[in-house]
Design a binder for this molecule. Structure first.
Ligand code: NOJ
Length: 750
């Protein structure tokens, strides 16, 4: 038998195996469904957050007691936020041993950038442009979470983020739909791998469907009104890819209304697009309480009607509304909701439980020895460190202030955040332990002893409360005198400022996206005292850095980098790692520019640089461009792009080739980017669209040829009806180090 034939046969066997496994699952689901009462089916559709301290006293009074009873009656299908194998086992034992059919629960959790060991926040991680590492990061998260009893994560978040006022930009992969799709795919692969049946894989959840990132004015949970054209080309692509190529097993709908319809009650989004057009065969979970919230939206008269709408339009599982479990069985009995609706939902949920192997071994994730061994595993810490280094973006480096020589005398380190071991963990880290980040000071200590630390002004006013509200210190300037004296007597000042880790994330929209006031004041005064300032920024969203960009010679964007934060920052500060991160969201010059994104349309009166024409699309008081463009990031070396060629091939394929050379003195990694622009089309197209990128490692002096082929799939777009069209004509092809600094060649397809 030839080798090819052998491979073919193996593939065939694999598909037959996968098919027959699915067939068995389908049959087993059918048999189970046939045994279930209406209440039990609805029970599968009900999800609660962890409702009592399983390790503590018996369930308390009121709602908790009722929920405990519901658990025993098989009226709960899933729980979220149960922490640790011991607790998961206790709850699971009740579901398996005390309910009539013994159907196990599926345990969900927000594992957004790690469970115990934390990688950088997702927005930061996306700046690495390193898909392999991003996948490994999700793998690490899944390994730890599954070892702690969890079998389902509410990630990846794939909302397109164009407005830095929105606190949840920290959770996604930035403003570009193509890049977000590819990063999300890597994350899904890392969570789910090829086989959900293993005990170290977990089901992923594509969220939030849909358009949550377009919340008006960046205000949390706000209304979204966008046209179908934007939906199909900007919002949907990552979700479509997650379903079709990533086989994502669950999708979460979203809190917002979209064009007048709350997403949780949207027939169009859930039945027509997701389950219809894309054939999604996993299940949809509502967002927290979003079923009942349709009453507040003004879309349902009361909770009962909200339940009816949500279930019939395709929300399969109700997270924390307690709505399905209260009303749905009755609605089915009265014929107001068809029984096929709950059959379909329960079927989808049970299928995923079978796929996870929970039906065969409900305790497969509950091994305390594994838990003990894998949480904070030293290999995970190493990986988190590696990703953190690669997520840092060098925004400015004048006078070659960076990297710092470890022989440098008299370094001052100033800023509350420099000593902080909690804030760098960022938002969304509920599984991890507070104060488990390496602070910047500790990282620096590993490179030099020639530094002195002063806190300067405090970032916060007191402690964060249990909901992690950060009260900013806007009054207490104690500490600034000492900091200024230190700056004056030092040769170099590292200033660590920015947002506290809990200033971004859900419910953390801001109208002021500057460096929090007193810290900015302090930075200005330090700069007056000593202009040799290296600014180390920590934040969960693009900030307005206009003043800093104008004055400060060196700026390092360090986000919230997770467990290994301080080590990674020190590696870059002292040149042990040559920064390679590039921004995935444009940084505005002021909040007034928001929303700002590189892939906008041109308008009929586009901005013309270097003119004072009044009647063109611009602001009278500010430049049109962002402060730092999409794709931007510097390095300690330099790169040159040359020999750029485009050629037309058969079947409307465009071959793009160019060479990159490392023209500096240090080895480094460069993210080369390819953009297109469709010059004229039946609908206006963006001025630029990212279509390919490659991260290449180059020794000093080395060069590499890069080649890509663009196809009709890259050159076409969705029309307003959601049909994909390719239109012949002229296209600009652009290559470069970021969206601003590009070389362009035009090609015409006849
Ligand atoms: C609300 C958030 O919007 C969602 O992303 C999250 O997964 C759920 N809460 C569960 O915590």
């Amino acid at each position: 038998m030839t080798k090819q034939l052998g491979i073919l046969l193996m593939l065939l066997l694999f598909f037959v195996g996968a098919f027959s496994q699915q067939k068995t699952i389908d049959q087993r689901v059918d048999s189970l469904l046939a045994l279930m009462t209406i209440e039990e089916k609805v029970g599968q559709m009900n999800q609660y957050t962890s409702f009592w301290t399983v390790t503590g006293p018996a369930p308390a009074e009121g709602r908790q007691k009722k929920q405990y009873e519901q658990l025993r009656q098989g009226l709960i299908g899933s729980m979220l936020n149960v922490i640790g194998t011991e607790n998961v086992r206790k709850v699971q034992e009740i579901a398996v041993n005390e309910t009539r059919l013994g159907i196990p629960l599926i345990f969900g959790f927000d594992i957004i950038h790690g469970y115990k060991t934390l990688a950088p926040i997702p927005l930061a991680e996306s700046c690495s442009w390193d898909l392999d590492l991003i996948e490994q990061s999700a793998r690490m998260a899944a390994t730890e979470a599954s070892a702690a009893g969890i079998n389902w994560t509410f990630a990846p978040m794939m909302d397109i983020s164009r407005d830095a006022r929105w606190g949840r930009v920290m959770e996604g992969a930035g403003e570009d739909p193509y890049y977000t799709a590819i990063v999300s795919l890597a994350r899904i692969k890392g969570f789910q791998t090829q086989s959900l049946a293993a005990n170290n894989t977990i089901a992923a959840c594509a969220k939030h469907f849909a358009a949550y990132g377009f919340a008006e004015a960046g205000k949390e949970y706000n209304t979204v009104n966008i046209d179908p054209y934007t939906l199909h080309n900007v919002v949907f692509p990552p979700f479509e890819m997650a379903v079709k190529e990533g086989n994502v097993r669950t999708v979460m709908n979203s809190f917002n209304s979209l064009n007048g319809v709350p997403a949780t009650g949207s027939h169009y989004l859930q039945r027509e697009i997701l389950k219809g057009k894309w054939n999604f065969d996993g299940f949809i979970v509502s967002d927290w309480g979003s079923v009942k919230q349709m009453v507040a939206h003004g879309y349902a008269e009361d909770d009962k009607q909200a339940v009816k709408i949500a279930a019939t339009t395709g929300s399969d599982m109700d997270m924390e509304s307690e709505g399905y479990v209260t009303y749905l069985a009755d609605l089915v009995r009265k014929g107001e909701v068809s029984e096929s609706v709950i059959n379909d939902a329960a079927r989808r949920i049970l299928t995923v439980k079978f796929e996870l192997g929970l039906m065969d071994d409900p305790f497969k994730y509950c091994d305390p020895t594994r838990e003990e061994k894998l949480l904070y595993h030293k290999e995970h810490k190493k990986l988190a460190h590696e990703i953190a280094k690669k997520s840092i973006v060098l925004l400015k480096n004048e006078r070659n202030l960076l990297p710092i020589s470890s022989k440098q005398k008299k370094i001052a380190v100033i800023g509350d955040l420099a000593a902080d071991d909690n804030s760098p963990l960022g938002s969304w880290r509920i599984g991890s332990d507070d104060h488990s980040a390496v602070p910047v000071l500790e990282g620096i200590k590993a490179y030099t002893k020639n530094y002195t630390y002063e806190r300067g002004v405090a970032l916060k006013n007191g402690k964060t409360d249990f909901l992690h509200h950060v009260k900013l210190n806007n009054t207490d300037t104690t500490g600034i005198g000492k900091a200024l004296r230190l700056a004056k007597s030092s040769e170099l000042v590292i200033v660590v400022v920015g947002e506290h880790g809990f200033m971004s994330g859900e419910g953390r929209a801001r109208t002021d996206i500057g460096i929090p006031h007193l810290q900015l004041d302090m930075l200005k005064q330090i700069y007056e005292a000593n202009s040799n300032v290296v600014l180390v920024l920590m934040n969960g969203r693009p900030l307005d850095l206009s003043w800093a960009e104008e004055h400060i010679p060196a700026i390092l964007e360090c986000w919230h980098l997770g467990t290994a934060s301080g080590n990674a920052i020190a590696d870059v500060l002292f040149g042990d790692y040559n920064p390679s991160g590039k921004l995935t969201m444009s940084f505005p010059r002021s909040v007034g520019q928001l929303p700002i994104y590189y892939n906008h349309y041109n308008t009929g009166k586009p901005f013309i640089p270097n003119t004072d024409i009044v009647f063109h699309s611009h602001y009278a008081d500010q430049a049109n461009t962002p402060l730092y463009p999409f794709g931007f990031g510097l390095s300690y070396t330099t790169y040159e792009y040359s020999d750029f060629q485009v050629a037309l091939r058969d079947a409307n394929k465009v071959k793009v080739s160019f060479e990159i050379k490392n023209t500096g003195k240090k080895a480094g990694e460069e993210v080369a980017q390819v953009y297109i622009r469709d010059i004229a089309a039946s609908l206006v197209r963006p001025v630029q669209e990212l279509k390919r990128f490659k991260k290449v490692a180059l020794e000093a002096g080395a060069s590499q040829k890069i080649e890509f082929t663009l196809t009709e799939k890259d050159l076409g777009f969705y029309n307003s009806k959601g049909l994909f069209v390719f239109e012949k004509g002229s296209f600009d092809i652009m290559i470069g180090a970021n969206a601003r600094d590009v070389q362009t060649k035009r090609i015409t397809i006849k």
